[in-house]
Ligand binder design. Structure first.
Ligand SMILES: [Zn+2]
Length: 190
């Protein structure tokens, strides 16, 4: 059988033309859709393994592991607090904001992660040719710092629980929108 669009010979049992991607006769649209998706995936250039990318990723991950280790050292009862907190959901019947003691752990964790995220992504943006990834990581780091700040305002009784929840979701939505814009407009590399 030959492709009706480009005239190349089609392999047997193929719902699409490997040369131009056109649908072959006698196949359902669903068959074609799946085959076509596979075809597009195979044609997409493979992302090559970049040792510098791996090195940046490793440095970032080690930093975050150190922060988690530090959190456990500074707040040895964090798992008890966390367990009691999750248990309290059962008592109330719905999720509630964490108590003060657990809140302090979360504020520390988010602040340290946010600062490390800013430092590591800022360095990567300045020192490597990558653009998109570090920019997205900076947005996530700013969000972590924002959550830590608003949570501290909640425990400082400057804002109420409902206001914190609202601020959290507004911040989350802003982060998702900014990241989508970065993905759309910023190239992977400089
Ligand atoms: Zn064709």
């Amino acid at each position: 059988m030959y492709c009706q669009k480009c005239g190349k010979e089609l392999p047997q049992n193929s719902a699409y033309c490997p040369s131009c991607g056109a649908k072959a006769g006698g196949y359902s649209s669903a068959d074609y859709w799946w085959e076509r998706r596979r075809w597009e995936r195979e044609r997409r250039p493979r992302r090559e393994w970049d040792p510098m990318d791996a090195a940046w990723g490793a440095v970032r991950a080690v930093g975050f592991l150190i922060i988690i280790g530090l959190t456990i050292v500074l707040y040895p009862d964090v798992f008890v607090l966390l367990f009691r907190y999750l248990e309290s959901w059962g008592t109330y019947g719905y999720p509630v904001l964490p108590p003060y003691a657990l809140g302090q752990v979360i504020i520390f964790l988010f602040t340290a992660s946010g600062v490390w995220g800013l430092v590591s992504s800022g360095l990567r943006l300045g020192l490597s040719s990558r653009l998109r990834r570090p920019m997205r990581d900076i947005v996530s780091a700013v969000f972590a710092l924002y959550v830590a700040y608003t949570l501290s305002q909640f425990y400082g009784r400057t804002i109420r629980g409902a206001e914190f929840v609202l601020a959290f979701f507004v911040g989350l939505a802003v982060m998702v929108i900014i990241n989508a814009l970065i993905t759309h407009y910023v190239p992977r590399r400089a």
